[in-house]
Write a protein that binds this ligand. Structure first.
Ligand code: PMP
Length: 429
């Protein structure tokens, strides 16, 4: 079959008529299918349900009663469990509340208000007429971009390549502009493409020369142990920064949102001893301590890093058929059309699809009318502006397998309709 992009006007019009018939039939079914957000399915949550049962004890290993106030940086046994899992020294970890996004917002707010390690508060630069800027590898996570928008931090998109951000672009920018103060990184199974950073990229991020003394990497390892098809190793950014003499450069974030319960799990920040000391000072004005009972519940349930990883294997077993279904439908329904390309993630929560330029908004709109809700087109770019209007994030985890197959049939028809409409439009039809 020849690609749609090579078809004649008459052929395109015939195909469009046929696809619209299929589309109208889908619309008539009044479906409600949602692939918008990366939410675990109820069956995934069920795997962690015993966590909510009666606790073995409320007494911590050092004798502290977990039901009472105290322990600002998190209970030692929880810092040890997550530290061993991620390869981070427990004393470099602060356990936060129920959301890593919350910790990221707080950390960035602290930098804006107080500065870090003796440097000026970032808000100072804004009021002096030099707003602070962050590099945003694209496509990326919309909620990272929202944090920057809310805090008045300007965002500069940089291309995300096969093995991480385009480091030539990154090095050039950070080397010359002292107001570029940071970069967002989702180093494993990135949201939405599933990109995994290579050792070279991690090494360069840690060692590159930055015009800003207080340049910071926001290392959001949200999918650090969320392998689905293949376990992918990741070089330790904190060790690397320390090894090359930039010990304070990175803040590491992680949470159990996609391990136990989103919104009811535990989050962490890890960084250099000096940064941890600074964060604890700010935090001590903010809270007496986070939810130790939830931390203890997680420790009592998972007990060891090995158990935690075994739990991730059970989750992967549930997710594999869903990712397979999405990828099979894309292959079967779109591969020959030439109207889209897509990612083949090894883990994480998403598949990322690129339509031919100028079709993402129209595709998402068509899908919505047919009862399939996708993440808004543009959401994967700073300010919601995808310059090519081509990227769409697919979140396969929440629907059942049956719903997913149905939703993907509808979605792929929408990709084709939007693509053909665009091709015809380009031909002046
Ligand atoms: N970071 C990334 C990259 C994510 O995809 C998500 C969830 N979609 C989060 C952070 C949110 O994490 P939390 O629930 O810990 O706030």
């Amino acid at each position: 079959m020849k690609k749609f992009t090579e078809a004649s006007t008459t052929e395109l019009k015939t195909m469009l008529r046929e696809l619209k018939k299929q589309y109208d039939a889908f619309c008539a079914q009044n479906l409600e299918l949602n692939m918008a957000r990366g939410k675990p399915a109820p069956s995934q949550l069920d795997l962690s349900a015993p966590l909510l049962g009666a606790m073995d004890t409320y007494t911590l290993e050092d004798g502290t009663d977990a039901r009472n106030y105290g322990i600002l940086d998190g209970i030692p046994e929880c810092r040890r469990l997550l530290g061993e899992t991620l390869g981070i020294a427990p004393e470099q970890i602060i356990i936060g509340g129920n959301s890593s996004l919350n910790v990221m917002f707080d950390t960035l707010s602290f930098l804006c208000m107080f500065g870090t390690q003796g440097e000026k508060p970032w808000l100072f630069h804004k009021f002096a007429g030099h707003p602070v800027k962050f590099l945003c590898p694209v496509p990326g996570y919309d909620r990272h971009f929202k944090i920057c928008e809310e805090l008045g931090i300007e965002m500069l998109p940089v291309p995300l390549l096969e093995d991480g951000p385009d480091m030539d672009v990154v090095k050039e920018l950070v080397g010359s502009d002292p107001y570029i103060k940071g970069i967002w990184c989702v180093p494993l199974h990135s949201n939405p493409q599933g990109i995994c950073y290579s050792d070279r990229v991690v090494e360069e991020l840690a060692s590159m020369k930055t015009a800003a003394e207080d340049f910071r990497i926001f290392w959001d390892n949200a999918y650090g142990i969320h392998h689905i098809y293949e376990e992918v190793p990741l070089k330790n950014i904190l060790d690397e920064c320390s090894r090359v003499g930039n010990p304070n450069r990175a803040y590491y974030f992680f949470s159990t949102s996609k391990i136990s319960f989103p919104g009811a799990g535990i989050a962490l920040t890890a960084s250099s001893p000096d940064n941890i000391k600074e964060l604890k000072k700010h935090m001590s004005a903010q809270t007496i301590g986070h939810d130790k009972l939830n931390q203890l519940r997680h420790v009592q349930f998972f007990k060891t890093p090995e158990n935690l990883k075994a739990h991730m294997k059970l989750l992967a077993k549930q997710l594999r058929p869903k990712f397979d279904a999405v990828l099979d439908k894309l292959e079967t329904n779109l591969a020959e059309s030439g109207l889209a390309t897509w990612s083949h993630p090894k883990g994480g929560y998403f598949v990322s699809l690129d339509t031919i330029p100028g079709c993402a908004k129209r595709t998402v709109e068509l899908a919505k009318t047919a009862g399939v809700i996708m993440t808004g087109a543009g959401a994967t770019y700073p300010y919601g502006k995808d310059p090519k209007d081509s990227n769409i994030r697919i979140a396969p985890t929440y629907p059942t397998l049956g719903e997913l197959e149905q939703a993907m049939d509808i979605f792929t028809v929408c990709v084709q309709i939007a693509g053909i409409e665009k091709l015809l439009n380009d031909k002046g039809e």
